[in-house]
Design a protein around this ligand. Structure first.
Ligand code: MN
Length: 254
């Protein structure tokens, strides 16, 4: 089995190394990952400058560091391989990717790009921005490599997995969840540079909230592993009917 691994924390991030170590005996692992941290880079791709793939030594697997975004790395990883990967793993991200964070996350966007390419993929995160312990999440990653290729997933669907930042023995279960809604305390710091010009720095942080029954946020708060199926079709199906009147109104001017 060919496994492509990427992330958004950068190729030298400990979470990526932990994942490589956990799965490299389960298939042929190839790593294409950003050369620096690209957290919250979303799903951007690079069209206006050349992309590089520099070979790096990494735990005995074929690995490349790229100046591209996480989504670029997935595209590069697919198009430069002799055969496409059977599974794409993105992570292990340091920090949760819950609720609408999936829209900003480079980790999740890399998995989404893989799904767009028609590949099975998983975004894997440990729900702490400060942890150095990726053991539980790495163990989850290895199990996912064994199980995910066997399950049926719709073509536009991938898995967003969040692991609580606790020891394996303290994990309280595994639940399939929906995306919750994360409330942020949005702050922007206004500061001045040495020449007296203002600059701004976002410093928002999520409010503590369980976000209702069955959500990814609630699951991780209860120290459970959260698995959310995510798809990239953002159509508001429930709103289509409501908009019949709008279409009719606009059509009157034709
Ligand atoms: Mn990250």
């Amino acid at each position: 089995m060919n496994i492509l691994i990427t992330n958004d924390d950068g190729i030298f991030a400990p979470g990526l190394r932990a994942l490589v170590d956990a799965v490299k005996s389960l298939g042929t692992v190839r790593v294409v990952a950003p050369d620096r941290e690209q957290s919250a880079s979303g799903h951007s791709i690079t069209l206006h400058k050349p992309l590089r793939m520099d070979a790096v030594k990494l735990d005995g697997v074929e690995a490349y560091s790229s100046n591209g975004t996480p989504a670029d790395c997935v595209i590069l990883g697919c198009l430069t391989a002799e055969s496409p990967p059977d599974l794409v793993l993105s992570g292990i991200n340091r920090g949760a990717n819950l609720g609408e964070e999936v829209l900003y996350s480079g980790t999740v966007s890399a998995a989404m790009e893989a799904a767009i390419q028609g590949l099975k993929s998983v975004a894997l995160s440990v729900a702490s921005y400060t942890t150095d312990d990726f053991r539980a999440a790495a163990r989850v990653g290895a199990r996912l490599v064994e199980v995910v290729p066997e399950i049926e997933l719709p073509g536009d669907c991938f898995l967003n997995v969040n692991v609580p930042p606790v020891l394996w023995g303290d994990i309280q279960g595994v639940v399939v969840t929906r995306l919750g809604k994360r409330e942020y305390i949005n702050r922007v710091d206004r500061r001045e540079d040495p020449r007296g010009r203002a600059y701004y720095w976002f410093s928002g942080s999520p409010r503590e909230s369980s976000s209702g029954e069955g959500t990814d946020i609630g699951a991780v708060a209860e120290n459970k592993i959260s698995i959310t199926p995510v798809h990239f079709d953002l159509t508001g199906y429930e709103t289509m009917e409501v908009l019949g009147g709008l279409a009719g109104a606009l059509a009157e001017d034709l």
